[in-house]
Design a protein around this ligand. Structure first.
Ligand code: AMP
Length: 303
C-alpha cells in the first residue's frame, strides 16, 4: 500500500567527534522515504526545495520508487539548510544553523493522486503545515503518524495540540515525551499523551532502543549495540520510515504487527548511523536487512 510523507528535503553540515561532512543530503522526508522504500515501492513526498538541489539526488530518490510530484522546486531560492555538531557521547547534539530558506513560507499542496493514500507519515515540521496536509486528504488515511520536536512545543504548543487530536501515532524521543506531558515517568507520560489524542505512541530512546505504547500495553525494542557510530543524523526519521514502510507493506495496524514494525524501524536506524548522510541507506541490500532483523531477534531471545 502507498505511503505519503511530508517533511524537509535538505542540505546538512554535520560535525562529529570523528569527522565532518559538508552540504550533504539530509532532511526528514528524505530519510523517511528512503528507509520506507526498502519495504514498499509506492512512496510519495510532499516538500519544497530550491533549484540548488542536485538533479542526480532527485533521480536517485525516483529510482527507489519515490514519487516526487508533490515536491515543489522554487526557482532562484535555496533549500532548507541545517548544521549540527555532536558531543563526545554522540547522543547529544547542538544545532549550529537552521536556515529555513524555502521552508519559511511553505504551503503544502497535495497532488490529487496523493489524496487517498492510506498511510501518512508527517515528518517534523510546523504543526500547522502538518495539519494542512491532513485537511487536504479526501479520505481519512488508515494510519496517520506524526513526528515533532521540542522546538514546536516551545513555539507552537497550541497548534501542536490541535494536530495531535487528528493522528493515530506519535513518534518522539524520551526528552520530548517528558516535555510534552510534564511527566518524568515514561509510563505516566504515555498515559498523558494518549489523552491528548494519539492511540499509539512510540518513544525513541536513542542508543537505548524504543518503547511502543497502546493503552496499558507496552513493548520494548532494544537498539543494536554497534561498535562504531559515524553519524546519528536522520536515525529518528529512518526509524519512522522503516516503521511506516513495514506497516504499509503488511497492511496490518494491530499492536502485534506494530511490534514487528518497531523492530524493522530499529534495524533501519542501525544502518543509518554507520555512515554520514544517506550514504549507508543507499548501499543496503535485502539480505543485509533480513540478517539484521535476525540479530535483533537474537539480542532478546532466551529460554
Ligand atoms: P533526526 O536526526 O532524525 O532528528 O533528523 C535530522 C534531519 O532533520 C536533518 O537531515 C535535518 O535536515 C532535519 N532537520 C533539522 N532541523 C529541522 C527542523 N527544525 N525542522 C525540520 N527538519 C529539520
Amino acid at each position: 500500500m502507498s505511503l505519503l510523507t511530508v517533511g524537509t528535503v535538505a542540505f546538512d553540515d554535520i560535525e562529529t567527534p570523528g569527522g565532518r561532512a559538508e552540504r550533504v543530503v539530509g532532511g526528514a522526508a528524505t530519510y523517511i522515504a528512503l528507509a520506507a522504500s526498502y519495504f514498499t515501492k509506492d512512496i510519495r513526498i510532499v516538500s519544497v526545495i530550491g533549484d540548488d538541489f542536485p538533479t542526480e539526488e532527485l533521480n536517485y530518490l525516483q529510482s527507489r520508487g519515490i514519487d516526487l510530484q508533490g515536491l515543489q522546486i522554487r526557482k532562484g531560492e535555496k533549500s532548507f539548510f541545517w548544521a549540527g555538531r555532536y558531543r563526545n557521547n554522540m547522543n547529544e547534539r547542538d544545532t549550529l544553523i537552521t536556515d529555513l530558506n524555502v521552508l519559511a513560507d511553505f504551503d503544502p499542496v497535495l497532488p490529487d493522486s496523493y489524496k487517498n493514500v492510506p498511510f501518512l507519515m508527517l515528518g517534523n515540521l510546523t504543526p500547522s503545515v502538518q495539519q494542512r496536509v491532513i485537511e487536504q486528504m479526501q479520505q481519512r488515511p488508515k494510519l496517520i503518524a506524526l513526528d515533532t520536536m521540542n522546538f514546536w512545543m516551545n513555539t507552537a504548543m497550541e497548534s501542536l495540540q490541535v494536530v495531535l487530536k487528528m493522528i493515530d501515532i506519535l513518534i518522539i524521543n524520551d526528552e520530548e515525551a517528558r516535555q510534552l506531558s510534564g511527566e518524568y515517568s515514561l509510563v505516566r507520560a504515555a498515559r498523558a499523551i494518549h489523552a491528548m489524542g494519539p492511540r499509539f505512541l512510540v518513544i525513541k530512546k536513542g542508543e537505548h532502543g524504543a518503547l511502543l505504547f497502546e493503552g496499558d500495553q507496552v513493548f520494548f525494542a532494544p537498539a543494536l549495540p554497534l561498535e562504531e557510530i559515524v553519524d546519528p543524523t536522520g536515525a529518528g526519521d529512518t526509524f519512522a520510515g522503516g516503521f511506516m514502510g513495514y506497516l504499509a507493506k503488511t497492511e496490518d495496524t494491530s499492536f502485534e504487527n506494530m511490534k514487528r514494525a518497531v523492530i524493522h524501524g530499529s534495524a533501519m536506524a542501525s544502518f543509518c548511523v554507520e555512515a554520514f548522510s544517506i550514504e549507508r541507506l543507499k548501499t543496503l541490500t535485502e539480505p543485509e536487512i533480513s540478517d539484521r532483523i535476525l540479530q535483533f531477534a537474537r539480542l532478546v531471545n532466551f529460554d
